[in-house]
Design a protein around this ligand. Sequence first.
Ligand code: SF4
Length: 457
Amino acid sequence: MSADSHCHLNDPAFGEDRSEAAQRARDAGVGPILNIGYDPATSEAAIELAERHGDMYASVGLHPHHASMMSPQLAAEMENMVAHKKVVAIGETGLDYYRDRSPRDKQAESFKIQLALARKVDKPIVIHCRDAMEDCLALLRDEGIPKAGGVMHCFAGTEADAKAAMDIGLYISFAGNITYPKAQNLRDVIKTIPAHRILLETDAPYLSPQKKRGKRNEPAYLPMIVAMAAEARGVTEEDMGRVSVSNFNTLFLRGATASQGEITYKIRDSLYINVTRECTNECGFCVRFFSDTLQGHNLRIDHDPTAEEMIAGIGDPADHSEIVFCGYGEPTLRLDRIKEVARWVKERGGRTRLDTNGHGSHIAGHDIAPELVGLIDVVSVSLNAQDAGTYDEICLPLIPDAWIKVIAFIKSARDSGLDVTASVVPVPEKVDVEACRKLVEGDLGVKFRVRAYNLPG
Ligand code: SF4
């Protein structure tokens, strides 16, 4: 499944075959769908569609092209419309300096009115921004966005623009233009966005993906955008689709349809086990401080699973390329359970990996590396820094002399014959990646990996 966060089935372009287009979307595994209003008539039409279709929602807005229409009366009409229970967002609104169909001061005025409405009713804002990024971001900073957040739709900016928008609290939505041969810049940008901040959209009937260019776009073409986004990020289409649905639910439905925390979850062909919620670090970059979800999986479990629960979630180990002990915390806090489950997996011919911060021996009070031999095939240790001071600064460890203990664990795991990789997250202006590489590949003599926190596995 995948979610279309921005389309216009409410547009007259679908006058002849609206129901058929909705069915084609369902047949293609697309849903939920958010139909976006861009003037009073299309906002009404979006609400009517939402009333008829359980998997559709509506947004009420006035596009910057029509900003000259804004008046106190229209603002009041919009406020009435947004009270509808299936109106889940305000917009699209924003600034469009590419076509300049309304004077720029009118665009800004209309944008501010809709932002104020979104803040008042606390529904997310849907932003259209074309050739106006600087003014758009400045206006958003000055005015403030609703607590519910918002989305920069059909993103076409730079990595820095995306970061600035995320710092304000926005999601970044990618459309069919990401499939265009000349859009390598967008494929590069999407790689840098944390998974919990990405939305996908068709913007139908506009902006058809490459394979349908020149034809009317429709929500059923969303899987082409999902496929390109997945390829750019190095995940499967299933992973990318799940991310789009999870984030749609979080932003527009306030997590109302969110699943319970998952004990086991699949990314690519690996099966991860969410061993614990607790950790002996508080890394500033850790996704658990920003989101309940990782690659579209809800990892906010309400208890640390027993060995039996983990085994029940694995099923047949042969169905997965590896079983990874991981989680929203440090798995070696539950070492006995890991060993029990790993033994069960190995007896059935499966492969195992442990993703750890390397504090396990401190936690256990003795060197645990020899105990992992025969149970764990690969150990991935988050070294994270070139020295103890930097480690303390970025990982905020809750144990003393943590970096020294991580180094000691890596050495012991290596000497025990385990296949060890030490990794770092390239935190800007803190982590010296080349110094870490030298330390890991030279002094420690194990494999080295630079990882992005939003792309685990
Ligand atoms: S060690 Fe891992 S789980 Fe723990 S805070 Fe750091 S990134 Fe998060």
